[in-house]
Design a protein around this ligand. Structure first.
Ligand code: P6P
Length: 335
């Protein structure tokens, strides 16, 4: 049911959230507050990303995260900022973060929600000023209120997300999210400290001409994936790959396109993480009319077994992902 009052481009995120809450007569406002808490953290991280080079918080932190990846200073800062905002907001009992091996208990035992997040994805791009992003998924807790969240709360399939989104820190900073009723994008005006509705009811074009994949892994891919990349080259499609999932997905969402991170020799289960990267973008893609799979199965239906599990990932325009499946699974001869 549409909100009573039309929401025009230029509406602030706060007003948008409030108006959309009216569409849920039994809503009690906690999810709305949680989305505001995320937006607040994004504003703070945006400020730090914007002048990292000036205040010496660029570069490596000198430690590795649970993934064995070199943490950048901003990875650590962003993780702290989002955890603090979610803890202070009071709506979240437990957080899963790329930067922390274990579940993070906020102490808000009455919090209704679980958040899975990649606080700063693509951070190796910070020092070369390429877009980076935050990715988040929100779930209702399954366990009883009054206690810390438990593993069962965290290992829910993506179909159980109540909201998901990302923030892209690029030429402009945007927050794009869905609560299951379409996808909307908000552009940040730093001088006013507000996100404004700039991309209403985003739909991903069914077709596109851009494919996004790390071609350097070509000989590590299986035969089907190589056949698909050969098809893209023969079709004179455009290759675009920034090394930032959020940036490459955002382009596919707005212009049409496909992003692939298949299994490789170095990453036999794929590189990207189900809980705090793929599920959120898959929810957004499907809400916008696109598709997201692990090469075979719908990402949102995958039952997680570990907090940091990885999977091969294909996401983007409906017809492009379907074409990729037919070639990769050997059901069609690449032209
Ligand atoms: P590669 C960044 O580390 C990331 O998780 C995604 O943002 C990005 O798409 C991918 O990994 C890049 O990985 O192996 O191509 O450098």
């Amino acid at each position: 049911m549409e909100s009573k009052l039309a929401l025009q481009v230029g509406t602030t995120l706060d007003r948008f959230i409030m108006r959309k809450q009216e569409d849920f007569p039994f809503a009690t406002g906690e999810l709305s507050q949680l989305l505001r808490d995320i937006a607040l953290a994004a504003k703070i991280v945006n400020r730090e990303v914007n002048h990292a080079g000036l205040i010496g918080i660029g570069g490596a932190y000198g430690a590795q995260n649970v993934q064995g990846e070199d943490q950048q200073k901003l990875d650590v800062i962003a993780n702290i900022r989002f955890i603090r905002a979610l803890r202070n907001g009071g709506e979240v009992c437990t957080i899963i973060s790329e930067e922390d091996d274990e579940m993070i208990q906020t102490g808000n035992c009455k919090g209704k929600y679980i958040v899975a997040m990649d606080p700063l994805d693509g951070s190796s791009n910070i020092d070369v000023n390429v877009s980076i992003g935050t990715i988040f998924s929100i779930y209702r807790r399954l366990s009883a209120f009054g206690e810390d969240g438990v593993m069962n709360d965290c290992l829910q399939p993506g179909t159980q997300q109540v909201a998901a989104g990302y923030v892209i820190y690029g030429p402009s900073t945007m927050m794009v999210y869905t609560t299951g009723n379409g996808v909307n994008g908000f552009t940040y005006e730093a001088s006013l400290g507000e996100f404004y509705l700039s991309h209403q009811n985003i739909r991903i074009p069914e077709n596109g001409n851009i494919y996004s994949c790390n071609d350097g892994n070509y000989w590590q891919f299986d035969e089907g994936t190589r056949a698909y990349l050969d098809y893209c080259r023969k079709a004179s499609m455009t290759a675009r790959y920034t090394g930032s999932l959020v940036g490459d997905f955002h382009r596919s969402l707005l212009k049409g396109g496909i992003y692939l991170y298949p299994a490789t020799g170095k990453a036999p289960n794929g590189k990207l993480r189900l809980l705090y990267e793929c599920n959120a973008l898959a929810f957004i893609a499907e809400q916008a009319g696109g598709i997201a799979t692990d090469g075979k199965k719908r990402v949102l239906e995958i039952q997680p077994t570990e907090l940091h599990q990885r999977l091969p990932f294909i996401i983007g325009s409906k017809n492009m992902v379907e074409k990729a499946h037919t070639i990769i699974q050997g059901q069609a001869v690449a032209v």
